[in-house]
Write a protein that binds this ligand. Sequence first.
Ligand code: G3H
Ligand code: 13P
Ligand code: ZN
Length: 326
Amino acid sequence: MSSTTHYTDLGLVNTREMFKKAMDGKYAVPAYNFNNMEQLQGIVLGCVESRSPVILQVSGSARQYADQTFLKYMAMGAVQMAKEHGADIPIALHLDHGDSFELARSCIDSGFSSVMLDGSHHPFEENAKRTKQVVDYAHERDVTVEGELGVLAGVEDEVSHEVSHYTKPEEVEEFLEKTGVDSLAISIGTSHGAYKFKVKPGEEVPALRFDILEEIAKRTPGFPIVLHGASTVVPEYVEMINRYGGKMDNAVGNPEAQLRRAAGSAVCKVNIDSDGRLAMTAVIRKIFAENPSEFDPRKYLGPAREELIKMVKHKNENVLGSAGKA
Ligand code: G3H
Ligand code: 13P
Ligand code: ZN
């Protein structure tokens, strides 16, 4: 294999066709973050078993953690594993929250089929300029690009924001024209991490701003929208973590009903990282608490991977509607 690898050599696809089908079929493609083998296997097997297309998503720091060369072969292994399990599901490898042209280019050159340039913390013109530079490089290689307008609260890789700024619908068309992006992440009230809303016990979380989403969809018919910060922060996992020695007070996420509604709209990609982390951590904590003498990683990472498969299937079948669409 040459030092530059095109994603088609790894058996991957870009997101164009996936999003077209998701838009027409009124469902959303799941984008699950991973950084190790058990996460990757759990995600892929969950999507194989539910026959769902999938976007495997890696942040810049996750790529460093896993090692960029190793990651390439992990993605190739994931494609082969899916086939050996009898499911030729569409698999994309995507850079999540890319913060520079150099990082996006390096990912594209090492086999990514899709990249995000997150210039959302820059002023509009600067964001558009940086995004366009990535689009030009990516499109020459048939790699798809996600941009972002509006700022989510919480931690986005190394960048953290105290407050969110909703996307301004009136800016969207100009951004699409100036950049040529293939999809756009917007801010409508979701945020990253496990503490999405400050609510007292028993209080309902505030509704997402579907009015903003609808206004954007009206102005850009058929254009794929991306929802970041879309974990539900599964209460059962939070409870399990707290029961077995963890401390995640007031962790709260998006109700499933709101995500279901979003998936049936112009939202074609739904980003989930925190829920996968919670599922694995909950199981591992339980095993350690109940078997303090256990020290074989397979005995706790194996069950954690099984739980992730269950969680992925549940999301695809009952929240995103992507099950059976591969
Ligand atoms: O949006 C951020 C993702 O959850 C990635 O998180 O930078 O810790 O890998 P990370
Ligand atoms: P969560 O923290 O809600 O899982 O969001 C993940 C995300 O948006 C990755 O880009
Ligand atoms: Zn994100």
